[in-house]
Design a binder for this molecule. Structure first.
Ligand SMILES: NC(=O)c1ccc[n+]([C@@H]2O[C@H](COP(=O)([O-])OP(=O)(O)OC[C@H]3O[C@@H](n4cnc5c(N)ncnc54)[C@H](O)[C@@H]3O)[C@@H](O)[C@H]2O)c1
Length: 359
């Protein structure tokens, strides 16, 4: 990959909630210049530009106009999920490196096209999973990959055990902007966390159920929970999936935006010689003739969100490959496709990977 200039010029596409966290991090990195912003709502783009010191002439309502008018090295794509793929592909084709928010896309085929475009253009495509920089996850991966737990044969994965009443805003609950519900929003983390820790095993098949239970109920918008619009609720708020991988490994995924329970459980893995759970990280083994529980004394204290932005711009500046291999996430998007297909058909289905994703 070619070396970029000393300053990394960044544009932000989609000036909503998460874009502000991107901007805050970029602002802390001396060699980054925040130069342009796009939002389909002009006022949002203008406010964002004022807040983060972006010149008014570089405020746009369409990303193509920005790509034509401003010289950029990189963009952060912070739009609702349904636009991640098309905007990423346009930016890559315009010669700009891309940090795209999670989920990568709303289907495996979209994600595949994004990956292929990054290969063709030689531009970085990074999916913004800050969880990849979580000290717990990095330690869990190190422990599992060391072989200390033996062969992992079963795991459960969930985004913090689900939310009791945590349905996000309308851009997440309308099918036209979100493409799907909690599976795309939180399930993408659950899958990526497990795949990262397990070393990206090959998925084979999925048996799943999704449900839309609490989201459409007006009376479920209660005190103490997040506020959402039940009339705009068109997606699932619950998912459970039984995912088979090569080498006889099974993973159960459970995620919820809303439920009548305080937890769906935790993320854990069972191996032939030991087990491990996340949050808090704990390892279970037999030692000295006893069952022992092990905890890491002190994990590094870092801000994973800042680290992901820092790693992205460092890769842009130094001409490095994407800090998170997009091919790994494309495979995960095909798992998500299979979960939706299995839930629709009410039976186990194969995970249909294109030939060049099967290593
Ligand atoms: N990594 C994280 O921790 C994290 C946290 C929250 C959200 N996200 C992801 O970030 C994305 C955005 O989430 P959000 O909470 O900021 O949503 P949001 O609805 O607050 O903001 C999205 C913004 O994009 C704008 N927009 C819509 N279509 C556009 C288009 N075609 N071009 C330009 N702008 C467009 C909207 O007007 C809105 O201002 C989602 O995909 C979400 O999953 C990631």
């Amino acid at each position: 990959m070619s070396k970029s200039p000393d300053k990394v010029r960044v544009g932000i596409i989609g000036a909503g909630g998460i874009a502000n966290y991107h901007a805050k991090c970029y602002k802390q990195i001396p060699y980054v210049e925040l130069v342009a912003v796009v939002d389909i709502v002009k006022e949002k783009a203008k406010d964002f530009a004022q807040r983060w010191g972006i010149p008014e002439k570089n405020v746009f309502t369409n990303h193509k106009e920005m790509l034509e008018s401003v010289e950029l090295d990189a963009v952060s794509i912070c739009t609702p999920h349904a636009f991640h793929a098309s905007i990423s592909i346009d930016c890559l084709n315009a010669g700009v490196h891309v940090l795209v928010e999670k989920p990568m896309a709303v289907s495996g085929d979209e994600a595949y096209r994004m990956w292929k475009t990054s290969q063709k253009t030689g531009k970085i495509l990074m999916v913004a999973f800050q969880t990849r920089y979580s000290p717990e996850l990095i330690a869990a991966r190190r422990i599992v990959q060391s072989g200390a737990l033996g062969k992992i044969y079963y795991g459960e994965t969930t985004c913090y055990g689900g939310r009791r009443r945590g349905i996000p805003g309308e851009s997440f609950t309308r099918r036209s902007t979100a493409g799907g519900g909690v599976l795309l929003d939180l399930g993408c983390y659950s899958i990526d966390n497990a795949m990262f820790i397990l070393g990206h095993p090959r998925p084979i098949s999925v048996c799943a159920k999704i449900a839309s239970v609490i989201g459409p109920q007006e009376e479920a918008v209660v005190e103490g929970g997040w506020k959402w619009n039940p009339k705009a609720f068109e997606v699932e708020d619950f998912v459970v999936a039984f995912i088979r991988f090569e080498d006889d490994l099974v993973l159960v995924l459970k995620d919820s935006w809303a439920m009548h329970a305080n937890t769906l459980g935790t993320t854990f893995f069972l191996g032939t010689k030991g087990g491990l759970r996340l949050w808090p990280l704990e390892v279970y083994r037999d030692e000295w003739g006893y069952m022992v529980d092990l905890r890491v004394h002190e994990l590094p204290k870092i801000d994973p969100f800042f680290r992901k932005i820092e790693e992205f711009v460092k890769a842009v500046k130094e001409g490095l490959p994407s800090p998170i291999d997009p091919k790994e996430i494309v495979v995960e998007q095909y798992i998500i496709d299979a979960i939706y297909e299995s839930a629709r058909e009410g039976k186990e289905v194969k995970v249909k990977l294109p030939a060049d994703l099967i290593s």
